[in-house]
Ligand binder design. Structure first.
Ligand SMILES: [Mg+2]
Length: 376
């Protein structure tokens, strides 16, 4: 008699993953807030007479070939009647916050990837007789999320459902705008086969060219490829093959898991020696920078803490207009605070730095197109 445990074992690791992605987010927010822009080619980004790029284009502008990250000048050539608007970062962040709060009502296990994109792990909520049924039971949840966002925020979102992050993202991209696509587990290989290799997570422009040159154009080509991919793609080769077969074991990691990152040093002997303090702070800054990078976040608040020989502990913090992630910025801010507040007025038993108000990397990147602006 066959043991049933085998199939159960296989199923334990299957997840119900949803990828939600707002449609032409910045442009849609502008069109909602300014009805005169409805149905018009709206391009949010740098003005076309400046150096800078497009942050978002409405679907009307996309018809002309306008895409985000394209130089605004090129966008103007493609779409001469395009309406160029400067990004209103503050407004989009606020909108993002509203939308994510609505989505959180449906699922607590949510990993926000950018202002308008997130993964949800619904495995605990979606249970069916078999795994395909579990996936299917995410459909009504997706419909409800779409309806709530349309009703409460007057915006459209595309949703993909599948057994892992890579597939769910491909699914949400598949039928934009206002899409809802589910990739059944049994059909995933087939679903992927005809898509271009570029659709695979981690395949950028360069990898795409290398694969195409080797005759690998569709994901199906990679699925069928007999040889190893290491000579073409290096370490990414084996993973690429897995992705092509529809396998991806990256977990949904709730962003809430990291609220602050800190590091501190207790000295063997209390000290006010500037060199010792500086080298301790530098090491701490390095450690924090490395962790920020690993979590893909920028710190908007830096705090220093000192403890004196009598155990009196003081801390001071500063909130920065722009998030920081690099060692030198963290170190500089910490040193400035210690000096400004005259905290080293007697030997220290302990000194420490902590970074908080951690925001997803994409929030800070939003500022990039503006920072590029008036160079030439
Ligand atoms: Mg989007």
């Amino acid at each position: 008699m066959r043991k049933r445990t085998h199939s159960n074992d296989l199923n334990t690791d299957k997840r119900v993953i949803m990828h939600v992605d707002m449609d032409a987010f910045f442009a849609s927010v502008e069109q909602r807030d300014r009805p005169e822009l409805k149905g018009k080619p709206v391009i949010v980004g740098s003005p076309p007479d400046r150096r800078g790029v497009v942050c978002a284009a409405s679907y009307e502008a996309r018809k002309f070939g306008v895409r985000s990250a394209m130089p605004s000048r090129t966008a103007k050539t493609l779409c001469p009647h395009g309406i160029f608007l400067s990004p209103c970062i503050h407004k989009y962040r606020k909108e993002s916050h509203e939308i994510m709060s609505l989505i959180r009502c449906f699922c607590e296990k949510i990993e926000q990837m950018s202002v308008d994109e997130a993964y949800l792990d619904l495995s605990g909520r979606c249970l069916g007789n078999d795994f395909e049924a579990s996936l299917m039971s995410a459909l009504p949840i997706a419909r409800e999320i779409k309806a709530v966002i349309r009703r409460e925020r007057q915006l459209m979102i595309s949703i993909g459902i599948a057994s892992n992050k890579m597939l769910a993202k491909i699914a949400s991209d598949y039928d934009k705008p206002n899409g809802l696509v589910l990739i059944p587990e049994r059909d995933k290989k087939l679903f992927l086969a005809c898509l271009p290799v570029r659709s695979i997570h981690g395949v950028g422009k360069t990898s795409n060219e290398i694969l195409n040159k080797a005759g690998l154009h569709t994901i199906g080509d990679i699925q069928e490829h007999k040889g190893e991919l290491v000579s073409l793609m290096g370490n990414f080769g084996p993973l690429l093959k897995q992705y092509a077969l529809g396998m991806d074991d990256r977990r949904v990691e709730s962003n809430d898991s990291v609220k602050s990152i800190s590091s501190e040093t207790t000295f063997m002997r209390d000290t006010d020696n500037r060199n010792i303090l500086k080298s301790a702070l530098k090491e701490q800054a390095e450690e924090i920078a490395e962790k920020l990078a690993r979590h893909d976040v920028f710190a908007h608040t830096i705090q220093v803490k000192v403890r004196y020989g009598d155990f009196t502990t003081l801390s001071r913090q500063t909130t920065l207009p722009e998030g920081i992630q690099d060692t030198s910025a963290i170190y500089r801010n910490a040193c400035q605070m210690l000096a400004r507040e005259r905290l080293v007025n007697q030997p220290l038993r302990l000194v420490g730095i902590s970074a908080s108000k951690l925001w997803n990397i994409k929030y800070s990147q939003l500022k990039l197109p503006l920072a590029f602006e008036p160079e030439d």
